[in-house]
Design a protein around this ligand. Structure first.
Ligand SMILES: Cc1ncc(COP(=O)(O)O)c(C=O)c1O
Length: 330
């Protein structure tokens, strides 16, 4: 089977497993796991932030990052198909007590004119107040679309003028970095808080990080423990992340090339494929998914009509070519 359902299906390579087995560990709740600390320091440094916190999942990293800048009863604005709005099962409301309003863009982009219509300044004890603007880069449900740095910088300037925060869901920021050549520090500079994942394109079995100021991350550490996600000898997982940073970032360009090849085979526009995700609509989506499975290719539907293909570390050039043939024949 060639599995194109998600870039989260990868299995650790032998070299990654060796790095995990050799990891020096300690009790991270006591702050004594040297491998976790090394990972946190390295990732904070890459994005030019003061501090970082390791979390088991990207969803938790987003919950902690947003809660660092939005208090209960305040709101965050984001795009309508953002992961924080659609796929974290209401955690930001249920756990952090905040509300959300959304703007829509077919490619998950920032539309400052619409953001401005939504934006709610502090009008006293009558209205919910906007405390943060959130953006996802790359945007998962918008087909792995990159949000251009210039647009992020404009959002940053807009937020600064209104003294509100910017949250960046950078689960796949590595893909945006490789696709555009934008330095990670430039992405770090546009956001007060970020969530980044090691378990998507980078191929680690688990692990994400929250980035922000030393104070924000210290508070996120308290909240992480409160939610039961303080982990002990978790350097074993952090070692997988460090290995991924050393070996799996630049190769994301291969995933992007494979995605364009698959798009072409499916009649989608390869020029619209920014990174490792291809989405296209078919009225017979469930049947198409079932027939692909029978032919040895696992793909997913992310809506009644929308098909999604995702390339990753465990899809070789040969796999991509074989899958392209199967999908073209269907
Ligand atoms: C854009 C984005 N943010 C956050 C997450 C959450 O990551 P996790 O599945 O580790 O909770 C995902 C998961 O696919 C994602 O695509």
């Amino acid at each position: 089977m060639i599995d194109l359902r998600s870039d989260t299906v990868t299995r650790p390579t032998e070299a990654m497993r060796a790095a995990m087995a050799a990891a020096e560990v300690g009790d991270d709740v006591y702050g004594e796991d040297p491998t976790v600390r090394a990972l946190e320091e390295r990732v904070a440094g890459l994005f030019g932030h003061q501090a970082a916190l390791f979390t088991p999942t990207g969803s938790l990293a987003n919950v902690l990052a947003v809660a660092a800048v939005v208090a209960p009863g305040q709101e965050v604005l984001c795009e309508a198909r953002a992961h924080i709005a659609r796929a974290e099962l209401g955690a930001h409301g249920a756990v952090s007590g905040l509300t959300m309003r959304t703007w829509s863009h077919p490619r998950g982009q920032v539309d400052l004119a619409v953001v401005d219509e939504l934006f709610a300044p502090d009008l006293g004890p009558y209205f919910v107040r906007t405390a943060a603007l959130s953006v996802e880069n790359t945007h998962n449900f918008a087909g792995g679309a990159v949000v251009p740095l210039a647009d992020l910088q404009a959002l940053r300037a807009y937020a600064d003028e209104r003294a509100v925060a910017v949250h960046l869901d950078g689960a796949r920021i590595w893909n945006a970095h490789v696709a555009t050549g934008t330095p990670l520090a430039d992405y770090g500079a546009v956001a007060d808080v970020l969530a980044v994942c090691l378990s998507k394109g980078l191929g680690a079995p688990a692990g994400s990080l929250v980035l922000g100021s030393a104070d924000q991350v210290a508070e996120a550490r308290v909240r992480r423990k409160r939610l039961g996600a303080g982990m002990r000898q978790v350097g074993i997982l952090a070692a997988a992340g460090l290995h991924a940073l050393d070996h799996h970032v630049e190769r994301l360009a291969d995933d992007h090339a494979h995605a364009r090849l698959l798009a072409e085979a499916c009649g989608a526009d390869p020029a619209a494929v920014d990174t490792n995700i291809v989405t296209f609509d078919r009225s017979d989506a469930p049947v198409f998914v079932a027939r692909a499975r029978e032919a040895g290719v696992l793909i997913g539907a992310v809506g009644a009509r929308t098909i999604r293909l995702v390339t990753h570390l465990d899809v070789s050039r040969d796999d991509a070519e074989r899958a392209a043939k199967v999908l073209a024949s269907l």
